[in-house]
Unconditional design. Structure first.
Length: 449
């Protein structure tokens, strides 16, 4: 299990920051429990800020049954009416209260999803059950018909010191020997994305080196197992499901080949499909199918019961994620700033990078000031420049330097000319008449006045 899932908040107070918003959301849910219907809510905020986590914590704290759905599953009116409308009208088997969560409502794209948006709007007008929609950008044009039917609550990013405290607490509980400087660096680079910060803490942990030794033994027993039971037991113990799957994926080509390799990857891909269903539907009963497919399915897919010897390697994905913590944080902050200006979610702002980079090359100061870019973000933006296009920074600096030098030279010339004129004025002329001296009597009288 990933640490982000293991340390998921169990109540709203465990969610970092957004204190006033949490009180409003809790008051809204309690009013529904008393029979006072409130408007549906659109919970908006940047990716990774904790929108879905907050709703899950609210359901656990108030003992509500959470019906969670993804907007990407609702691409037609019939699908929406069958799933959401049925869930809103039906009562729970346990008799508990219910709250419906529809994730990433702004992910509905274009005309092909228009029927789904209209159907959701019709269900929101009926308002038979408390519903919460999440969106990265609540002011997306595609969901304008939903926005006017809901109250909008905006979540803010958590500050770096709060994220660092959470990471320190997790590191102490898990026994991860991560120094405070590294934790502070991870918290700052996360840019308020708590889930990413916890994943970075886990992927950068030196404790993973200790797991490598036991992982070599697990992979050996998995690839050499001859029975279903022996292969399944390789996943038992203190090992995370996703972590083991990455190790299997990385080392399969080193052990299998030909048809055996294709069949093993087919089993692994089916396990990944079940993992995707777990994330979208929150149905953890699928985990046993995923675990069996990626262990016993992969092991028994081979015809040769004695696979060749191979040196196992650390997953490239984890190594890449650990090495690109800072660049991913810079990319995330850059996309959020561009998305804010072009009025699009940050997940869709990546397509604007080549255009913004080209404009930046023409006028760096104006673009960086308009978007509020920092130096590391402008350096990252330059990577998206087309071939042959260079930033006009140095030319501008040279022009400014030459202007300053010219001003200094002009000032020096003015001073030298002024001194020459003063000397000329002070020097007596040869043909000039002598100055008249004041009368002695006048000079004596001036002393008394």
């Amino acid at each position: 299990m990933l640490l982000a899932e293991k340390y998921a908040p169990q109540k709203t107070d465990d969610v970092l920051g957004n204190h006033e918003l949490k009180r409003q959301l809790k008051r809204w849910a309690l009013n529904w429990g008393r029979g006072e219907k409130g408007k549906p809510i659109i919970l908006t905020g940047p990716t990774g800020v904790g929108k879905t986590t907050l709703v899950n914590a609210l359901a656990k704290e108030l003992n509500l049954e959470l019906v969670q759905m993804s907007a990407s599953d609702f691409r037609s009116r019939e699908r929406v009416e069958k799933v959401i409308s049925g869930a809103a009208m039906a009562s729970t088997l346990s008799g508990k209260g219910k709250v419906i969560l529809v994730d990433d409502i702004d992910a509905m794209a274009g005309r092909e999803d228009y029927g789904g948006v209209a159907a959701i709007a019709a269900i929101l007008r009926e308002n038979n059950c408390p519903m919460i929609l999440t969106a990265t950008d609540a002011y997306e044009k595609k969901i304008s018909s939903l926005r006017f039917l809901c109250d909008i609550l905006k979540m803010r990013r958590s500050i770096a010191p709060s994220v660092a405290k959470l990471l320190t607490r997790i590191a102490e509980k898990e026994g991860i020997p991560c120094p405070p400087e590294k934790i502070t660096e991870i918290a700052q680079n996360s840019n308020g994305d708590i889930r990413a910060a916890i994943n970075d803490l886990q992927s950068c942990s030196p404790g993973l080196r200790d797991q490598e030794k036991s992982m070599f033994e697990r992979l050996t027993s998995l690839f050499r197992a001859s029975t279903y039971k022996d292969a399944r037991e390789s996943a038992f113990g203190d090992v995370e499901h996703d972590y083991l799957k990455l190790w299997i994926d990385e080392n399969l080509p080193a052990v299998y080949s030909g048809k055996d390799l294709a069949d093993a990857f087919s089993m692994l891909s089916r396990a990944d499909i079940f993992d995707g269903r777990i994330r979208s539907r929150q149905h953890w009963g699928f985990l046993r199918y995923s675990g069996d497919l990626m262990t016993a399915g992969v092991s028994l897919a081979r015809e040769d019961l004695k696979p060749r010897f191979a040196r196992y390697s650390f997953p490239t994905f984890l190594r890449h994620m650990g090495a690109t913590v800072a660049s991913r944080a810079t990319m995330k902050s850059l996309l959020s700033k561009i998305g804010r200006k072009v009025h699009t979610p940050s997940i869709h702002a990546e397509s604007f990078l080549p255009i913004v980079a080209y404009i930046y090359a023409q006028d760096p100061e104006r673009v960086s000031g308009f978007y509020g870019l920092e130096e590391k973000e402008t350096e990252f933006l330059e990577k998206f420049l087309p071939k042959g296009v260079n930033v006009k920074k140095e030319k501008k600096k040279e022009k400014e330097e030459t202007k300053v030098e010219k001003k200094h030279e002009e000032k020096k010339e003015e001073k030298t000319e002024g001194k020459k004129e003063e000397k000329k004025a002070e020097a007596p002329k040869k043909d000039a008449p002598p100055k008249k001296q004041p009368h002695a009597r006048h000079s004596k009288l001036s002393e008394f006045f």
